[in-house]
Structure formats: structure tokens, C-alpha cells
Design a protein around this ligand. Structure first.
Ligand code: ADE
Ligand code: ZN
Length: 328
């Protein structure tokens, strides 16, 4: 079964490029750029990857981004992920980036987007891997700040397929970003938002009804509401679920209690993704392996999850059909 999972071509729809920064590259870039890391070595850093909740993780994740300075650094970060795509047989990926975590440190938007984009272009040239870029607003910052980033993004409109919302969820509901999402929609961007990762179902309702998103990132808290479950099933709203992340951030106390199999069996449009794989013990295949091992996923379940990912992606129908035929 592990070979079966490995060999299937897969799509990934929920992946923060900053969350692919492996400790080795972090130390290398820190040395090159003269940035101090508050850990003596890689082992000490890895020991700090022991999180009680989302905020615990975000504090370390944002600290890690400080080593990224030049366009080449962003290229190297994205290229390292492309190599993981090859290993994991990910043939299409839609990656998030958090420009505000860099522009707040004085890095130009241009440096970030061009570095990432160049690596993704090379991914297509060398490995035939297709990709899209989604810009995420940091929800702990203001809507005004998000408007500034959106304005900046318009200079690179062709490189960015969609707008997302991430960072500290509780206390920063989707409704806080109502106006900027409305503008992004009018500009023709696809829309996604993290909702129902830690916070309750009202955040998922807001993402759907106020932000009008095309997909929900995480969304696992929907399980607490029969009414919402029914709606997600009828409307077939894609949920980009990240099992390893949910375990590492204690959204579920153990893998056996993760609800992805129940969501799938109920008929929801769920997908499997890796979120921040450098921090959450493994890339996409590891997420599938764990879900399979602990939740008794069948071959049909795996195929359904992968099919859902391609169908929920932001690629055009002919490429979608090409990928769906590969799985058949
Ligand atoms: N940024 C990176 N990973 C995230 C997650 N799992 N939730 C919210 N914001 C994030
Ligand atoms: Zn995420």
C-alpha cells in the first residue's frame, strides 16, 4: 500500500513555502546572511519543534523566516521543495507564501515573488511539475495592511492565482477581511482561507458567506455542526486537510482520533496536504502513510482523496483531465 501511495501522481493544495524551510537550509542561510539563530545547532533547533498549539508553532515559524533575504534565498527555498515534489510524486502544487512576514523585515515584495516564481518555472522545465502561487494575508495584522499587500501584488498579477488567509486564527475571524477579499474577488483572484483549524464552525461560515472562498483550508472543526456538515456535502466545498499538522499542533490528541476518514465517509470533498512539512515531520507521502496506517484508509479512499485534490485545484479543465486520466 505504501508503494501504491508513493507511485500515484498527486496534487498538493495547502503548502506554505516558508513551512518547507528545513533546519539545514535555515542554518546555511543564517551563516551566509549573518543572521543569529537562537539555537546552537540543528539538533537543538529540532528539539524546539514541540508545539502545544498553532501560536506556539507560528512564533518559531516566523522567527525562521528571518534568514530569507535575497531572491536566491527564496529560489533555494522553493527549489528544495520542488525536489521534495519529485520524491513524493507531486505533479501539481499550489503554494502559499506570506509576503508580510518578509516585507515587515524590509524585504521587497519583488525579491520574494520572483525568487519563488523562478524556481517554479524551473520545476516545470526540468520535471514537468505544474504549479500556482497563492498570496496569504496574515490575519493577526490589520485589513489595512492587507490592502497594501494586495496593491503590491497587482504588479505581479499574472504570477498569482489566488488570495488566502493564514496565521493566528482565534480572535481574527474571516469577517475582519471582508472588504479586501471583496476587492480581490472583483480583481478575479481565486479565494481561500484557513478556517476551522482551531476556531469553531462560525469561522467556516464566515469564510463561505462573507469572504466567498472557493476552498476552506483545514476546516476540520466542521464536524461539530451537523448543519455545516450537510452544507459542505451538498455544495462539495473542498477542504484542504493537513493530518500531520493537526497532530503536531494538538488539534487532535492522536492520529486515531483524527476525523478525516469520517469526513470522507460522510461524503465531504476532502483532500490531504502537508501544510508546513519541515516542521511537521514529513512531506505529502508521510501524511498519506500516517492517515492510511492509523485510520484504515482503503485503496479507494486514497484514490478518492487524490482525485478530489486535482478536481479542487485552480488549473484549467484540460490539464485537470490530463491528471485525472493518469490516476485512472
Ligand atoms: N501559517 C503556516 N502554517 C499555518 C497554519 N497551519 N495555520 C495558520 N497559519 C499558518
Ligand atoms: Zn496552513
Amino acid at each position: 500500500m505504501l508503494e501504491y501511495i508513493k507511485n500515484l501522481p498527486k496534487a498538493e493544495l495547502h503548502l506554505h513555502i516558508e513551512g518547507t524551510l528545513e533546519p539545514e537550509l535555515m542554518f546555511k542561510l543564517a551563516k551566509k546572511n549573518g543572521i543569529e539563530i537562537p539555537y546552537k545547532n540543528i539538533n537543538e533547533l529540532k528539539k524546539a519543534y514541540n508545539f502545544s498549539n498553532l501560536q506556539d508553532f507560528l512564533d518559531i515559524y516566523y522567527a525562521g523566516t528571518r534568514v530569507l533575504i535575497t531572491k536566491q534565498d527564496f529560489y533555494d527555498l522553493a527549489w528544495a521543495y520542488v525536489e521534495k515534489c519529485v520524491e513524493n510524486n507531486i505533479v501539481h502544487t499550489e503554494i502559499f507564501f506570506d509576503p508580510q512576514s518578509h516585507t515587515k523585515r524590509g524585504i521587497d515584495f519583488k525579491t520574494i515573488i520572483l525568487g519563488i516564481n523562478e524556481a517554479l518555472n524551473d520545476a516545470y522545465k526540468k520535471h514537468n511539475i505544474t504549479s500556482k502561487i497563492i498570496l496569504c494575508f496574515l490575519r493577526h495584522l490589520s485589513e489595512e495592511d492587507a490592502f497594501v499587500v494586495l496593491e503590491e501584488a497587482l504588479k505581479y498579477r499574472d504570477l498569482i492565482v489566488g488570495i488566502g488567509l493564514d496565521s493566528s486564527e482565534i480572535g481574527n475571524p474571516p469577517s475582519k477581511f471582508k472588504n479586501v477579499f471583496k476587492k480581490a474577488k472583483d480583481l478575479g483572484f481565486k479565494l481561500v482561507a484557513h478556517a476551522g483549524e482551531e476556531a469553531g464552525e462560525s469561522y467556516i461560515y464566515e469564510a463561505l458567506d462573507i469572504l466567498k472562498v472557493d476552498r476552506i483550508d483545514h476546516g476540520v472543526q466542521c464536524f461539530n455542526s451537523k448543519e455545516l456538515m450537510k452544507r459542505l456535502k451538498i455544495e462539495q466545498i473542498p477542504l484542504t486537510v493537513c493530518p500531520n499538522s493537526n497532530i503536531e499542533l494538538k488539534v487532535f490528541d492522536c492520529y486515531e482520533n483524527h476525523n478525516i476518514k469520517k469526513l470522507l465517509d460522510y461524503g465531504l470533498n476532502v483532500t490531504i496536504n502537508s501544510d508546513d512539512p519541515a516542521y511537521f515531520k514529513g512531506y505529502l507521502n508521510e501524511n498519506f502513510f500516517n492517515a492510511y496506517k492509523h485510520l484504515n484508509l482503503s485503496k479507494e479512499d486514497i484514490k478518492k482523496l487524490i482525485t478530489n485534490s486535482f478536481k479542487a485545484s485552480f488549473i484549467d479543465d484540460s490539464l485537470k483531465n490530463h491528471y485525472l486520466n493518469l490516476i485512472k
